[in-house]
Design a protein around this ligand. Structure first.
Ligand SMILES: NC(=O)c1ccc[n+]([C@@H]2O[C@H](COP(=O)([O-])OP(=O)(O)OC[C@H]3O[C@@H](n4cnc5c(N)ncnc54)[C@H](O)[C@@H]3O)[C@@H](O)[C@H]2O)c1
Ligand SMILES: [Zn+2]
Length: 361
């Protein structure tokens, strides 16, 4: 079992390991008391009994377990308001704790419930997807979607602790593992050093070797924590985490979300590397392709409409209130471990990079 400390005020631990006794490891960080566990309809039947039992045996008083229907559609005002009502009816007070057991959807939505119920109660994240272990449960961003766009409502609410138990990943579909690996590779490229070298162990980690998997999750959490510590409220540096996301989001939206987020950002990273080679002279294409393929992610794509991708990118951009009609802001790599951000890239360059996806590039 490994622990990474996220050094914000107050600081909090991210505990990573296999078969973690949640109640026991939390004892050093949060005192047991009244709590509510919230999960989704996929995770509940698989992991709730175990989590609940572990907390109760460590002295927690579980007032109730709440479940909502799994899926991004539940990150809505409707499900949010239903959950607030259900939490209120458990009688949870200001001194209570809410446990978010699930993937990024549970973490974001339930985190926002914890941030706003009684002006904020304690939150503990129990991530059950690889993506939520390496990304969404660290950094304190919580919130929900509006019909007008994703993640338009939210808050910053740091958890008391995060417990990432890789045993939970045994029930996670392969495609979801690849989703998490996309973010894990992205951060390894941004971080460089030992983290980048350890990406060689991706195949071993994918085939269920727990040592390399724990190590890679630890690297990712450490890296994300270091970025968030330096830029908690997204003033600048935190935007490096958008590597691969500028075109990736465009592809994801233009596919009508048939591409998963991880698949889309894998393709987005291929495009960013192509653009980066031109802007910075650093050619990372081949190394990055090998890594993405090892994750089971796509590096080529046909049958998309470049115009629709650009249109989706422009909608994103409008939200970021950037000017320069035909320019897009990119995170590029000058070298492994040396990202630059806010680089202006023109639409013809974006189209040229998208073309790369259609061939071997
Ligand atoms: N807050 C942040 O900083 C941040 C960062 C990145 C992503 N996000 C958000 O995270 C969300 C995506 O998270 P995600 O990829 O974890 O998706 P998710 O929570 O929807 O989980 C993916 C699927 O796997 C199921 N599942 C979860 N754990 C399981 C398990 N152990 N076994 C079997 N099935 C399981 C879920 O029910 C769901 O069907 C998006 O809403 C995104 O906006 C937030
Ligand atoms: Zn992402």
């Amino acid at each position: 079992m490994n622990t990474v400390t996220v050094d914000l005020t107050p600081s909090y631990p991210v505990v990573i390991g296999a078969e973690i006794p949640i109640g026991e490891v939390l004892a050093a960080h949060v005192s047991p008391g009244p709590c509510v566990i919230v999960t989704d309809s996929n995770v509940g039947p698989l992991h709730l009994a175990d989590a609940c039992g572990s907390l109760e045996s460590a002295g927690w008083e579980v007032l109730d377990n709440l479940q909502f229907i799994a899926g991004e559609e539940s990150k809505s005002l409707k499900v949010y308001s239903e959950l607030l009502g259900r939490v209120a009816r458990t009688g949870l007070g200001r001194d209570g704790t809410i446990f978010a057991l699930g993937g990024g959807v549970v973490g974001d939505l339930v985190g926002f419930v914890a941030a706003s119920y009684m002006r904020g109660v304690r939150l503990v994240m129990l991530p059950t997807t690889l993506l939520s272990m390496v990304d969404s449960s660290v950094g304190g961003k919580v919130g929900l979607d509006l019909p007008e766009g994703k993640n338009l409502v939210g808050a910053f609410h740091q958890p008391e602790a995060v417990v990432a138990d890789i045993a939970r990943l045994e029930t996670l579909p392969e495609r979801e593992i690849s989703n998490g690996l996309a973010e894990l590779v992205k951060m390894g490229l941004l971080a460089g050093g030992e983290y980048f070298r350890d990406l060689d162990a991706i195949s071993a980690a994918r085939s269920g070797d727990s040592g390399p998997l724990v190590k890679l999750i630890e690297h990712a959490v450490r890296y994300k924590a270091s970025v968030v510590e330096r830029d908690e409220r997204e003033g600048g540096l935190r935007s490096v985490l958008n590597y691969g996301h500028t075109i990736g989001h465009g592809l994801e939206a233009a596919s009508g979300y048939r591409l998963s987020h991880g698949e889309a950002i894998s393709l987005g990273m291929v495009c960013a590397a192509k653009i980066g080679a031109k802007h910075t002279g650093f050619d990372l294409m081949e190394r990055q392709r090998e890594l993405l393929l090892a994750c089971g992610l796509p590096v080529t794509q046909t049958g998309f409409d470049a115009g629709a991708v650009l249109a989706a990118m422009s909608r994103d951009k409008k939200r970021a209130a950037e000017d320069g009609a035909r320019m897009h802001r990119f995170v590029l790599l000058e070298e492994i471990g040396r990202p630059v951000w806010g680089v202006s890239v023109s639409e013809p360059e974006v189209i040229e990079a998208l073309e790369t996806l259609k061939g071997a590039g």
